[in-house]
Write a protein that binds this ligand. Structure first.
Ligand SMILES: Cc1ncc(COP(=O)(O)O)c(C=O)c1O
Length: 397
């Protein structure tokens, strides 16, 4: 009998593991080994889930909410999600259009699976969140990247979009506020992109995961509200992870036109079934106990905003670093191309010599940048950025 290992599937062989999780894991391993690491790698709030949300989950668990629930989510949660779209954006959303999934990541994947077939093309503006291309490939479709650098504020323009569309294009992915750049599109900018998408009969996956993490009085745009045509073709993904510091709970939401919502629910019924039943009651409390939730979010946003401004100012003080002031999420995306090093090399040397963890822009499809998360303490930010300044100075010698 041959002892050669059995070959894994093409899916398993072709998938790239998440580079953001890899850098975060490396930083944590160094910390565990006793190194004094300043990590800008985290993709999650450094705050705990608000108490009232935890209490509601514990109460649900104690009262026996431990059985299977309907695949698309418990009815009161679907209803509350629909109501928030009505209240926040004036969208005529119904509970039947809402699917609660195990994390926004899975919502995105199911949205892609429900709309894309092998041979289809999906336009992904770069810099992009690392999971979109892999999800598209897992659906058998082909990701098509359009590079949007800091000269356009990391935003796709209608002309770039139009030029990227082919007869095979099926879906456009939008993500505002963006991970990794923090860029926030204006309503007008999104409307112009949606016009092009409608003209070419594309589906839209609008990942609005960071909709509530927004600064300087900027307003989030719910893409589905842009026009009836937009509403009829948009899969809106959002969730609890970032806004309510619930990353470990694994609860995300999709709002989609009924036929798409139904398809997503059927896919989910065979792939994961419902999100942990008692956890959904915690999510329900996040939406129902509005005043408490608002207060927790305000505390978190005050800290994020202060750190955003400090980090931005300190980065731009480093000769050779150029950083836009992002209006959303908890990331900055400085340009480090002036140092003439590949960003992967820059990041590995920064971690090795100064014990500062950052994710290279190339992981997000944009070479020459770093993604820095400021979802960490003021002290770490101050210490980390001064180490980075020292590192950058050493490169200029
Ligand atoms: C843009 C974007 N979309 C979706 C997600 C997925 O969030 P979740 O943790 O709920 O799966 C993330 C998480 O990092 C994200 O950054």
């Amino acid at each position: 009998m041959s002892s050669a290992p059995l070959p894994l599937s093409t899916w398993a062989r072709n998938i790239s593991p998440s580079p953001t999780l890899a850098v975060d894991a490396k930083a944590k391993a160094l910390q565990a080994a006793g190194e004094d690491v300043c990590s800008f790698a985290a993709g999650e709030p450094d705050f705990d889930t608000p108490e009232h949300i935890k209490e509601a989950c514990i109460a649900a668990l104690k009262s026996g909410k431990t059985k299977y629930a309907p695949t698309p989510g418990i009815e009161p949660l679907r209803q509350a999600v629909a109501e928030r779209y009505v209240a926040e954006y004036g969208l005529k959303a119904a509970a039947a259009q809402v699917i609660v999934s195990p994390g926004g990541k899975f919502n995105c994947y199911l949205g892609i699976l429900a709309t894309c077939s092998p041979g289809d093309e999906v336009i992904i503006p770069a810099p992009f969140w690392v999971s979109y291309p892999e999800m598209v490939k897992l659906a058998g479709a082909t990701p098509k990247f359009v590079l949007c650098d800091d000269r356009t504020g990391f935003k796709l323009t209608p002309a770039q979009l139009a030029a990227a569309i082919t007869p095979k294009t099926k879906l456009l992915v939008l993500n505002s506020p963006s991970n990794p750049t923090g860029a926030v599109y204006t309503r007008e900018e999104l409307a112009a992109l949606v016009d092009v998408a409608v003209k070419h009969n594309l589906y839209l996956l609008s990942d609005e995961m960071y909709e509530h993490l927004i600064y300087d009085g900027a307003k989030p745009t719910c893409v589905a509200t842009l026009s009836p045509e937009a509403e009829a073709r948009t899969i809106t993904v959002a969730g609890f992870s970032k806004t309510y510091a619930m990353t470990g709970w694994r609860i995300g939401t999709t709002l989609a036109p009924l036929p798409i919502a139904k398809a997503i629910s059927e896919l989910q019924s065979q792939m994961s079934s419902n999100v942990t039943t008692f956890a959904q009651y915690g999510a329900l409390a996040a939406l129902k106990e509005k005043e408490k939730t608002k207060a927790s979010l305000a505390t978190m946003m005050t800290a994020f905003d202060r750190r955003r401004k400090n980090l931005h100012a300190e980065l731009n003080r480093i000769p050779g670093v150029n950083c836009l002031l992002a209006q959303g999420a908890f990331y900055l995306f400085p340009n480090i191309s002036s140092f003439g090093l590949k960003d992967t090399e820059f990041c590995s040397r920064l971690l090795e010599t100064e014990k500062v963890a950052a994710v290279p822009g190339s992981a997000f499809g944009a070479e020459g940048y770093l993604r820095l998360s400021y979802a960490t303490s003021d002290e770490i930010i101050a210490k980390g950025v001064s180490r980075m300044a020292k590192f950058c100075a050493s490169l200029r010698k």
